[in-house]
Design a protein around this ligand. Structure first.
Ligand code: NAP
Length: 476
């Protein structure tokens, strides 16, 4: 990174970029941009601004120290001189040092200050760094922004990394000025309103996959549970009852029977909240009652749950492909017809389930989802999603075959794992079938169009609506 930072991104005065710069300097409407601080962010920003045709003046406590690291088109001077010369100033110093800039109060009065700082940890209470800066400099117009853009992105240009810049300010004029600078640098400004939004903007780069926490935790807990269950049945049981040591099964075999269990239960968990929501709406006879918070959270985590399920399914496929490599080569034995059928069926259902899950995963990508309309998206995620659940359930059923009825399979009185795994998918599939019954689907469709049992708002749905609601029932 330091190498990259000191690499010259801006070309010499003689080339096109420099010409652009000269145009800007000669254009009196182009504001002079000041930057306070000479750190990583300041250097990258200065390079980007110069490349975008702005005149840049950098203010430092020790101007001579870092001058060589800035493009020669940028002027590096004292903080006071930079504050006096610039029309708009980026404050690229850490927030704990904002108070050391108080001597510049007069020079910065009436000017726009862009606070690019981030906090050390997520702050929900406030005040934000930008609000504190506005308190220090009441005569200036503080705009919060650019804190979500890294020095690396600035140096590489907007073609790499995130292109959105979140902005907020109490002054619309100051915000518009910063917006125009964003556009010119190749970024997309996103107006977040007043300076009170700055707390949220400062928190944005500090979040660590907030929407993934619950699904990943759920996946890990399920994995631990099924791994231990399979370990007791497949490794501990033969050791205790027959003194047979099969601990070598732990890294691949036990993991490979655990992964599909997690994948199938997670897939069922994707569709269960939709069913619960439908049941709640039928129960209360209206769609205008709020769902309980836990259900709301569950509904919004469906995409992540689905992707976790997909991950486990893919890993299961890879482990299964590696399986033959780890097994000793046996003499070919004539397999009984029934066994051949079982293997063919469960492999085929498994491959189909994985194919459908891949389709669901691909269409959940924002760039792909943006190219299809809502009905197509709902068809893939709902109808094809249920097909994937059906195929994965069939895969497990074929795998289990008739072992549910073999007493020897109940080791330590524990039922075979596939029986446990099948409970939730069965509930979801049967629930879905129940919601498709004409009397139930009809009532649900009316509720989703605003009908309310207690208010006696009665209306008939158009005939065609009554026939195409198959995808509707889980569209919560
Ligand atoms: P840095 O490399 O440590 O630079 C901070 C600069 O602040 C110093 O070079 C120093 O320049 C100046 N400064 C002014 N008064 C100071 C004081 N009293 N004590 C210490 N330094 C003082 O930090 P940075 O990475 O450029 O980050 C600067 C700001 O940008 C931070 O608020 C950070 O949250 C924000 N930011 C950084 C990035 C990034 O990728 N680096 C991304 C988004 C936001 P002089 O010695 O020349 O005065």
């Amino acid at each position: 990174m330091p190498d990259e930072m000191s690499r010259r991104l801006i070309l010499g005065r003689s080339d096109g970029e420099a010409r652009h710069f000269e145009d800007a300097v000669s254009n009196p409407s182009t504001p002079v941009i000041g930057i306070l601080g000479t750190g990583d962010f300041s250097r990258s920003l200065a390079r980007r601004l110069v490349a975008s045709g702005y005149q840049v003046v950098v203010g430092s406590r020790t101007p001579t120290r870092f001058v060589a690291l800035f493009p020669e088109e940028a002027e590096v001077t004292t903080q006071l001189e930079a504050a006096n010369k610039a029309d708009l100033i980026f404050v690229a110093v850490y927030p704990e040092h904002h108070s050391t800039l108080m001597d510049l109060k007069q020079a910065l009065a009436g000017k726009t200050l862009v606070d690019v700082s981030n906090g050390l940890s997520i702050n929900h209470k406030g005040p934000s760094n930008a609000e504190l800066l506005a308190d220090y400099f009441p005569g200036s117009f503080v705009v919060k922004g650019f804190n979500t853009v890294s020095a690396w992105t600035l140096q590489m240009g907007a073609r790499d990394g995130g292109r959105q810049v979140f902005l907020c300010s109490n002054s619309q004029t100051a915000k518009n000025l910063v917006k125009s600078i964003c556009h010119r640098m190749g970024f997309i400004p996103v107006d977040m309103g007043l300076l009170s939004s700055s707390l949220e903007i400062e928190n944005l780069p500090l979040y660590l996959f907030p929407s993934w926490r619950l699904p990943v935790l759920c996946m890990l807990l399920l994995f631990v549970f099924f791994y231990l269950y399979n370990f007791v049945r497949d490794v501990l049981h033969p050791y205790i009852t027959e003194h047979k040591s099969v601990f070598y099964k732990m890294p691949i075999k036990v993991v490979n029977v655990t992964l599909p269990c997690v994948a199938l239960v997670m897939l069922a968990l994707v569709y269960l909240p939709g069913l619960l929501a439908a049941v709640l709406q039928l129960w209360s006879g209206t769609k205008y009652n709020r769902f309980p918070n836990w259900l709301d959270r569950w509904l919004t985590s469906r995409k992540q749950l689905g992707l976790c399920s997909f991950l486990c399914a893919v890993l299961h496929a890879v482990y299964s492909l590696c399986g033959p490599l780890t097994k000793p080569v046996k003499m070919a034995v004539q397999e009984v017809d029934e066994d051949v059928w079982r293997k063919e069926l469960y492999l085929s259902a498994g491959i189909m389930a994985l194919g459908l899950l891949s389709l669901l995963a691909v269409t959940s990508l924002p760039s792909v989802a943006g190219t299809i309309n809502w009905r197509e998206f709902s068809f893939i995620q709902s109808t094809l999603g249920y097909c994937a659940l059906f195929m994965a359930t069939s895969h497990t059923l074929f795998y289990g075959w008739n072992r549910a009825f073999v007493l020897a399979q109940y080791r330590f009185y524990m039922p075979p794992t596939f029986i446990l795994v099948l409970i939730l998918p069965f509930v979801v599939l049967l629930g879905r079938v129940a919601l498709c019954l004409p009397c139930v689907a009809g009532r649900l469709r009316k509720i989703r169009r605003g009908w309310e049992r207690n208010r006696h708002i009665r209306f008939m749905l158009p005939a065609e609506d009554c026939c195409n609601g198959v995808e509707d029932v889980s569209d919560v």
